[in-house]
Design a protein around this ligand. Structure first.
Ligand code: SF4
Length: 409
């Protein structure tokens, strides 16, 4: 039996017990279905070192990657949210050495909120505080039953905590604000509040009006007043914003800040962004410490500049080579961006096959974190989690591969 840390999402559950047989997981404890899919993929979807689709040695793949990056005038280094802090650190050093643009997945998802959290503009807390103290959890534009399947059982709703011994039966309320009745909304049927697509700014305005004792001019007035009443009775509330809220608010993120500030005049309210990839927050924190920016950075003579032109979507228009690590932009990003990336010499470092590895000029297989390689990462709530390799592997970690590429350059 192996006790492993699961990097299937940013909860980084450390209590996973696995028994592995040749070609499959034969027993698992505490593993959700998402984590099961993550670990099971190590038996079915592994990459091999290739150049132009032809199998080569690891050394040849690494040398080829180094040559492509060295010869590029505007290289783009992208991905990072599924790598350890140690690998990310080497990646930032590599970007500096190459005068490259570096960006991660937060650039088009939670970055706009994460920046506010990391800079202390939005109050946040650890998930252990949620378990011990929170009586109200608001999942807004998020469906954790699918994205972070164990957050309700480990922290937000079902467990007993220091001040919440009666838990969900009497002491915890779980609220879902969403455009549809998601799997999570079905778990808290009395506290599902529907928001029309793109209507979150107006929803916040109506909620603010209710908190001021006014009649809301938006949505179902009775339901808005019910929501205001629950929030007013809260002692320790936590808002978990998901991508639905982020995409809806975008440049109006200040409205969420204002709502949280208003709620904190009534009781304690915190915000924990529902980060998807297991170490996106780690990359944002590291880059912030190194450069003062959480993403979208271009280096020139060792100096960092930041701007929308350095986002993966914009940088893909001018880059002449790209290194993608632990990410599948050809599946996840807009079609035109994917098309552009597929046209430049693409280097993919990944333990698993994806559309991006299939299209890459050079593929470098890496060890799977949590099982074959160890390291550290920052959980969605800012807590550092360390984990070790639990089984022997001939594969190198992302950190080792990047260090070899850097050395070869
Ligand atoms: S909740 Fe996330 S970290 Fe925990 S077992 Fe599931 S996928 Fe893995």
């Amino acid at each position: 039996m192996l006790v492993v840390t699961c990097p299937g999402c940013s909860l980084l559950c450390e209590d996973i017990e696995l028994v592995l047989k040749t070609g499959a997981i034969s027993q698992a404890k505490n593993l959700c279905r998402k984590g099961y899919g993550h670990f099971q993929s190590m038996f079915t979807e592994r990459t091999e070192p290739t150049i132009d689709g032809q199998k080569v040695s690891m050394d040849e793949a690494i040398v080829s990657a180094a040559e492509i990056l060295k010869g590029a005038k505007r290289p783009l280094l992208y991905g990072w949210s599924n790598s350890t802090l140690e690998a990310q650190k080497v990646g930032i050093e590599l970007a500096r050495k190459l005068n490259a643009t570096i960006d991660d997945t937060s650039s088009f998802c939670q970055g706009i909120l994460m920046e506010r959290v990391l800079k202390g503009r939005v109050p946040t807390c650890a998930l252990d505080d949620v378990r011990n103290f929170a009586d109200t959890s608001v999942f807004w534009g998020a469906d954790p039953s699918n994205s972070h399947p164990r957050i309700l059982s480990r922290f937000a709703y079902y467990p007993r905590g220091e001040k919440r011994q009666k838990s969900y039966e009497e002491e915890r309320t779980c609220i879902a604000v969403d455009v549809r009745r998601s799997a999570t909304a079905k778990l808290c049927p009395n506290y599902y509040f529907r928001v029309p697509p793109g209507g979150d700014a107006e929803f916040i305005g109506a909620l603010m009006a209710v908190l001021e004792g006014k009649i809301p001019k938006f949505g179902d007035k009775k339901r808005m007043i019910e929501l205001g009443t629950v929030l007013r009775k809260t002692e320790y509330g936590v808002i978990f914003p998901g991508l639905g809220l982020i995409y809806s608010l975008q440049e109006k993120m200040g409205l969420l800040e204002a709502l949280v500030a208003r709620l904190n005049e009534i009781a304690t309210f915190k915000v924990v962004p529902m980060v998807g990839h297991y170490n996106m927050r780690g990359f944002n924190q590291l880059l912030l410490d190194e450069t003062g920016f959480i993403n979208r950075v271009a280096f020139s003579d060792g100096k960092a500049t930041h701007g929308p032109e350095n986002s993966v979507i914009e940088a893909s228009k001018s880059c002449d080579a790209a290194l993608v690590i632990g990410s599948d932009p050809l599946s996840a990003l807009p079609f035109k961006t994917a098309q552009r990336l597929a046209k430049v010499p693409l280097i993919a470092i990944d333990p698993r096959r994806s559309l991006t590895t299939d299209a890459a000029k050079v593929v470098i297989p890496s060890a799977m974190y949590g099982l074959e390689a160890g390291g550290s990462a920052i959980r969605m709530d800012g807590v550092k989690i360390e984990f070790e390799a639990m089984m022997e592997s001939d594969l190198m970690s992302d950190e080792q591969i990047l260090a070899r590429i850097k050395e070869a350059i």
